[in-house]
Design a protein around this ligand. Structure first.
Ligand SMILES: NC(=O)c1ccc[n+]([C@@H]2O[C@H](COP(=O)([O-])OP(=O)(O)OC[C@H]3O[C@@H](n4cnc5c(N)ncnc54)[C@H](OP(=O)(O)O)[C@@H]3O)[C@@H](O)[C@H]2O)c1
Length: 338
């Protein structure tokens, strides 16, 4: 089978080669999928740049989400059948014509569900669902701040917060993205490049502060977010986009930017900080991932969640697809089809 193999840590157009690789076989509890399309995630950009610690040694086939047809199932698989169209989270190996997944990371979808939306349901929507529903409980009227709100995970978080009846603050880096956030129903869209989000949020929430912050940026953004939390508020850290393209000094600066905290501070101020890594959840708590994915698919069927398709590239445009996501041009999910 063919795969887009990450052969070196380089710029988007020079990092991948389409190569023949061995086709995997479904073992116990596994599902083999003939891939129609795979999704890009920001972690892929970091892996390509050599900034992602979980990435396998190169050459490697990366990729976390695929949509396609089930062509082989191992013993013990009871949630999908041969011929089903599924969306699935892969533990790397997604940038290929055939991809293996654990059955608990796989869900059936309608034959006509758009592939550019289907690829968003696993990594991005499950991450958002896990952060929003499993890490926190938020209620109507709660004030939440969502960073990179026009992105894949960001769009999902906004839709979940909207459904819960929260008052939403969303940051993004362009006026086009701000207009998109308004359409999604974000109450207070903030262009963080033009204005300091901490000042803008504070003007509205005053001393009461926020109930929750969702931060995939890292560094100073976390320190500011923590300051904005009111009593009982929690910040969920799930990424470090700010590290993108940084040299060693930039990385050190970003690390220091997070700030230093003593656990007692959290107790005295009644605030919480929590971290999410969906790979750890997929590896160590697969039934939690299964539950998240089932709930995401259900909420999509009910019309509560509806991913935004940023763009579907063809396999020979894999470099363009990476450059598009890395260059902050995408709104919603970026996919690549075979
Ligand atoms: N912890 C987990 O398990 C997990 C799982 C999935 C995703 N994530 C994280 O969630 C975040 C969003 O992922 P995604 O796949 O949905 O990507 P995305 O949000 O669709 O795209 C990335 C967006 O991040 C913003 N950004 C902020 N700083 C950036 C920088 N230095 N370089 C490039 N972009 C920057 C840009 O939006 P603006 O133009 O608005 O700045 C960009 O469009 C990433 O940090 C990712 O690593 C974590």
């Amino acid at each position: 089978m063919k795969a887009a193999v990450l052969v070196k840590n380089a710029e988007a157009h020079n990092s991948f080669e389409i190569r023949e690789v061995d086709q995997p076989k479904a073992g116990v509890g596994q599902v083999l999928i003939k891939v129609e399309a795979f999704g890009l995630n920001f972690a892929d950009i970091m892996a390509r740049q050599g900034n992602y610690q979980d990435c396998p040694p190169l050459p490697a086939v990366i990729g976390y989400d695929v949509v396609g047809e089930v062509v082989e199932i191992g013993a013990g698989v009871d949630n999908v059948n041969l011929g089903d169209r599924v969306t699935a989270m892969t533990r790397f190996g997604g940038y290929a014509e055939y991809a293996l997944t654990d059955f608990r990371a796989c869900a059936k979808i309608a034959k006509d569900y758009p592939l550019g939306k289907a690829t968003a349901l696993t990594t991005q929507y499950c991450t958002a669902y896990y952060c929003f529903e499993e890490m926190l409980n938020l209620y109507e009227g709660d004030k939440v701040l969502i960073h990179a709100a026009a992105g894949g995970v960001g769009t999902a978080l906004v839709q979940l917060a909207k459904y819960a009846g929260c008052e939403i603050f969303g940051t993004a880096g362009s006026d086009e993205k701000l207009a998109y956030l308004k359409d999604l129903g974000v109450d207070h869209p903030i262009n963080y490049r033009a204005k300091d989000f901490e000042v803008e949020v504070r003007k509205i929430v005053g001393d009461q502060g926020l109930d929750a912050v969702f931060d995939p940026i890292g560094g100073k953004s976390v320190k500011k977010g923590l300051k904005l939390l009111g009593s009982g508020g929690r910040i969920v850290l799930f990424g470090a986009s700010d590290m993108t393209g940084a040299n060693i000094f930039g990385k050190i600066g970003m690390g220091l930017g997070f700030g230093f905290y003593h656990p007692v501070e959290f107790m005295l101020t009644s605030k919480g900080m929590m971290g999410v890594n969906m790979l750890r959840i997929a590896d160590d708590r697969p039934m939690v991932l299964k539950r998240c994915l089932e709930n995401v698919v259900k909420l999509v069927a009910e019309g509560v969640l509806n991913p935004t398709e940023a763009k579907v590239f063809s396999i020979d445009e894999i470099g363009e697809a990476h450059a598009f996501l890395e260059g902050r041009q995408s709104i919603g999910k970026v996919s690549v089809c075979w």
